[in-house]
Write a protein that binds this ligand. Sequence first.
Ligand code: FAD
Length: 423
Amino acid sequence: MSDHDKSLWLKTCQEHVESSPLIGDLTVDLAVIGGGYTGCSAALTAAQAGASVCLLEAQEIGHGGSGRNVGLANAGLWLPPDDIRQHLGGEAGDRLIDLLAAAPGDVFDLIEKHEINCEPVRNGTLHCAHSTKGLRDLQARHAQLSATGAPVDLVSAHQTARRTGSAAFLGALFDPRAGTIQPLSYVQGLARAAAEAGARIATQNPVQSMQHNDDVWTLITDQGTVRAKSVIQATNAYHQGLQKTAPAYVPVYYFQFATAPLSDNLRASILPGGEGCWDTGLIMTSFRMDAEGRMIIGAMGDLSQAGRAAHTAWIRRKLAELFPQLADQPLIEGWHGRIAMTSDHIPKITQIGPNALSVHGYSGRGIGPGTVFGRLAAESLLQDDPSLLPVPAVPQYHEVWTGLRRAYFETGAVLTHFVKARF
Ligand SMILES: Cc1cc2nc3c(=O)[nH]c(=O)nc-3n(C[C@H](O)[C@H](O)[C@H](O)COP(=O)(O)OP(=O)(O)OC[C@H]3O[C@@H](n4cnc5c(N)ncnc54)[C@H](O)[C@@H]3O)c2cc1C
């Protein structure tokens, strides 16, 4: 059994899209490779605009990061606004900041419009200060975000303790625009909405190769072909095959564990307002509740490698440290996922050929951004208007030392967890 099979999200998923592998040949306006938020949002947008669409997914919808994440539907990127402007320039930076400020609203609107059954709770998120340095970082973020008009608030240590149920933090940054979802149900629901709008959703269907001749792309799969004028490759950290168009990123692993549903007594003292949380640690920790009152706690690390024991021992200790009342709670489900990190933490759009875009590199912030980037990539291709893209498309994107940097992150997480679990 793989770690993904032990995911809580697979167990509690309430949405399902009817799909099957594609057999034979199909001609469409847009072919989408990958069934995560980016691909499903692109397919939904295109089908609603009246285009013919086929989405090809190698495994099942939500097999990648979209079915494994924490479910924090946040505004913006990890980077504070000044850093985004510094990397992209003022005008492009401001456009991306505005688009992603609206992203949680876009997500919750889609959930409402398509009646996606995915445990939506829009009660905001708390970014919690684990140290005085972390608190200073939150104060700087608060100043920058407020200057963009974001309705964020700094919360005192006392109020943070009351709202989280943990005395471990020195304060928090509250963002009321954000919320939590059941991430796999959301992506399955997006795919279901796309299918209802007319998109063909084909699963268990890896695209093995693609070629462009006479203005037409041909995508080859096991038992069929898809011919399309335009292509969106939305494979992110779970890209397989298609060597020539493989996205460049540093793989960073993140794991989560869930308790059984907590008693009403315990639930009353922990996150009574239902916010989703993460802390300011470099090797960060996240925590949130699901609809049935399970505590879901996560941190950086790969459960399939030698560090599993260190990560597991540490998360037990961390749970008890944050919430002493949960010290004896067994951790039932444990799973992990791969994040596509870019050096500047800004998602990339690469022009992989005529009318063909590859979108990747959300660097751990992909629910809102994936929904927005997928939508705008589809609109840009269908309307033949590159100015609609959320970031300019680049002809190529490279990352260096990706294996070494992956090892650096994982070793850092293992060492931190090993030391902290023992001392
Ligand atoms: C553990 C974890 C926690 C995270 N927490 C959060 C969070 O709380 N909030 C947040 O906003 N973001 C979070 N993220 C990031 C977010 O989950 C991702 O950025 C987002 O899911 C990326 O969506 P995507 O559609 O681009 O890619 P994915 O969801 O990874 O989908 C890519 C799909 O492409 C398919 N594919 C690959 N190759 C082929 C091929 N050749 N043919 C056909 N299909 C193919 C894969 O099977 C996969 O299903 C987290 C990520 C992880 C891993």
